[in-house]
Design a protein around this ligand. Sequence first.
Ligand code: AHR
Length: 547
Amino acid sequence: MSQLSNRREFVAGLGRSGAALAAGSWLRGIGYAQSRGPARAVLQRTRFRSEMDRRLLGAFLEHLGRAIYTGVYEPGSKLADARGFRQDVVAEVKGLGVPIMRYPGGNFVSGYNWLDGVGPKDKRPTVLERAWNSLETNQFGTNEFIEWCRLVGTEPLLGFNLGTATPEQAVAYVEYCNLDKGTRWSELRREHGYEAPHNVRYWCLGNEMDGPWQMGHMTAREYGRKARDSARQIRVVDPSTQLIACGSSNTILPTYLVWDREVLEECYDQVDGISLHNYYGNTPALTGNDSARYLAMNLDMERQIQEIAAVCDYVQGVLKSRKRLWLSFDEWNVWYRARGGRFANGQRKFAPPLLEEVYNLEDALLVGGFLNTLLRQSERVRVGCLAQIVNVIAPLVTNETSVLRQSIYYPYAWALKYAHGRVLDPLVESETYPIRAEGLRADFARDDSVPYVDLAATLDPRNGQLCLLMLNRDLQAERDLVLDCRDFTPTRMLACETLTGADLKASNTFERPTLVAPRPLEAPRPGATMTFKLPARSYSVAHIATA
Ligand code: AHR
């Protein structure tokens, strides 16, 4: 794939043009160099990082707050269909084209008895849900979720309880979903009206078991053995499953990386992937409330991916295993305002409004950055889930009469719509700005140089369409990006839009739903060399036909 001679040629070219690789900076590892003047990127059809798995652009739906109830399921609403599914939300999620949806949690899953949520609805118990101190009526459960997935055209990614539940209950769940017939749990599914198996391929072995907040929290060795035991039995039930072990749930826990190593030392042979989670925010501790530092946080995500991949490779080496694990970044987003305290305590109510984060322009720009990072790292990250999809830290928010697109909806929608096929490996040079460690939380405290321009690019071999996703982190000035396409030629601009604005803190509301929304970006004439003028504080997309 990568052609060394091209890299050498490019690096030599950078030297001639006065650019310098940032010495000692890990930016070099993602193909970035420092320069003066306009940002430049060299693209080659033959230099690509991965054949992207669409699952990279998935999302997450948890039994939490108003995500399920009044988010996707609201029988009695004028907007609901006969099954109680909100049709406006179905239309939005279907329109987005989300490839995979993680369910049912999250912290919720670690206390969940899946049997409560299947069978006749009038027999299902209302229980006290202990992760979010809420009432769970179980009127929506696994089978409703599978039906909803079919309706919106997404693949289910199910998690099971490895907190309060036993491996036996977890394995029974897989049998209920995936075995054809003739056994206790497959026959129960059939009794419930689902003759054909659901054939769920991707499974999470619990959730955030390293977190002291998690029901059933345990040590890495204990979890690793429980995961191994469950996985071995699941392989008997259905060898086609892809199993994801719980990795570290953020980068600040003292067990970060050690947890992952110990878990994998126990269960490496039995699993296929390991999960990563992280949430980001513009706070005094994380960024010093500095928007320029905030917009660099996708590079922190990038570093986390590289660190966890290194642990996987270490364990692979120690075990002399032939298997290389992939990563599942199955919870990521901005989340820092509606967090903790009253935002996370349902007060024993049904469908309480929890974690209802309101997103602004700068959050959307950073979400664009996260998507660029995931694309860049797609050779290793196979699954990714924006957390979450509706009402709870979400791009979509419902009220009784409609659904609102928050600012972060747009970069996500662009990646889903336009990023297809191969993720290219561009060589980028950009001016940089410094970020400082002083005063910041240890996992985000670093002195480094951050490129103003961040680029991700895909090229679809089926139709030759090029997608460029461009973040301009410069808060003050427009920046030029000169694109040099070496072995293909852009011929026609299919779409060119930008998300920007004067006020980084502007948000959409039901009253003003399009305050933060894309607008056309002046497109350069398509050709082997093109210059995009990226507005200050912007995330832009170009979709281009090529020859
Ligand atoms: O997505 C919200 C919560 O964040 C999830 O339930 C949990 O896994 C994470 O800590």
